[in-house]
Write a new protein. Sequence first.
Lengths: 279, 275
Amino acid sequence: MLDRSADLVILENAGLNRGGDWLVRGVDLAVRRGEIVTLIGPNGAGKSTTAKIALGLLAPDEGSATRAPGLSVGYVPQKLSIDWTLPLTVARFMGLTSRVSGTEIAAALDLVGIAPLIDSEVRHLSGGEFQRALLARAIARKPDLLVLDEPVQGVDFSGEIALYELISNIRTELGCGILMISHDLHVVMASTDSVVCLNGHVCCQGTPHAVAESSEYRELFGGRAASALAVYEHAHDHTHLPDGTVRHADGSVTEYCHPDDGHHHEDEHEPQRGEADHA
Amino acid sequence: MLDDFFIRALLAGVGVALVAGPLGCFIVWRRLAYFGDTLSHSALLGVVLAFLLQINITLAVFGVCAAVALSVLALQRNASLSSDSLLGMLAHSSLALGLVALAFMSSVRVDLMGFLFGDILAVSRLDLAIIYIGGGIVIAVLVFVWRALFAATVNYDLAEAEGLRPDRANIVFMLLMAVVIAISMKIVGVLLITALLIIPAATARQLARGPEQMALIAAVLGVIAVVAGLFGSLEWDTPSGPSIVVAAATLFVLVLLPVALIARRRLASEGSAGR
């Protein structure tokens, strides 16, 4: 079973309820040292919520979230806006939450490819440059756990590939665990140890290899199906309706989509879940 | 030469400005100008309480401000009201409550104008001691919580995720605000304290490259405004508080004009160089 000593963060049956609606429910996942776990899923699937539960920013209303004691975290939030009233250079931004030496700052900025911008004002950076700065800041702290919520949004295509490569290398260099949210499925499949597909709950999870072996995956990634949207279609044999209820493939409508509800893909993915456990 | 009372007023004003500048930066960064108003308006209630209970005015004002600040924090978390409505409600009801209570105290003659607009003559040696000890504590605490408070200003979730306890930093900030308002009330008066917090910080924003630099510049600009304002007040026999605020606003304009001119000139020269 799970090697608890290497676990940085564990979610067990975690759920978050806001105003009677479950934003996510029944999430089981663990991030270990040296491992990249990626959350995928459609908009509103609860990816960011799950990441925030893992970080301890939101306390689960059901189940539990356990972090290793003394865990140091580097976080790249999905949204971060710098108010124009803040005079803030990239260099100062790098030391936002902890003291970081000048050489560490320069090295981290160099890694993400924005070394010349070290003295620029943060609010003058472009979207892609700012995203790189956010990633550099999180890396420069040399954390045990990196939580990256769509870390390459707004980054140009060639930069995107380089950054994913960088994220993969950092995992090896720092030996940290990485919990990442991404929409970029080809890269996710290439550089991730474990994929968790969310849709209000965990709808399937496992190693990319195991997922790739499945017939759904081949269906998806064969031919033109490599488009990002396609993968979302595969596992989602149910639709979240605007009123918060869920319509399943067989036409039945239930209040929530908890794993206990009557839909089918859970069973199909069971072997992959087993594989993820000793990955 | 200068009278004793004037030296005391200068010392008091300088002490207050040194503290108000850095704290004012957070007011500007967090867009809390209205919050500063709310706290300072409730200060009058503290004055009345001090007379009723026969305790030190500065202490009573601190108590009331701290209570209001913490209740704002609690209400913001729970109430379904927007925070500007909440602050407006608290600001004016506490000011009105203070004025009404003041009217009932016929036995004590209170110089209302002094509390509303500041009073040079009122600064005693005890006040000076309170300003420098209180101010010293504020600066020391501010330095201690600086990183957490600043990180929480940039992004609360980020600060919390990376282990900085922004909740605690925010509570400390509220208490520091209460201290600053309590010690600056006598110098600039209840109605103008927010100006002393905001104007030097806003002026410093034009000049600073980093947050720490902005805090230091704001402190220095505040000191200049206090000194200029107090001398002006002595010269033209104007109330001390408004004179200081006028001096601070003048500084803002003086800084703003050249900054705008330089930026335009640089643009123009870059444009011609490009051609």
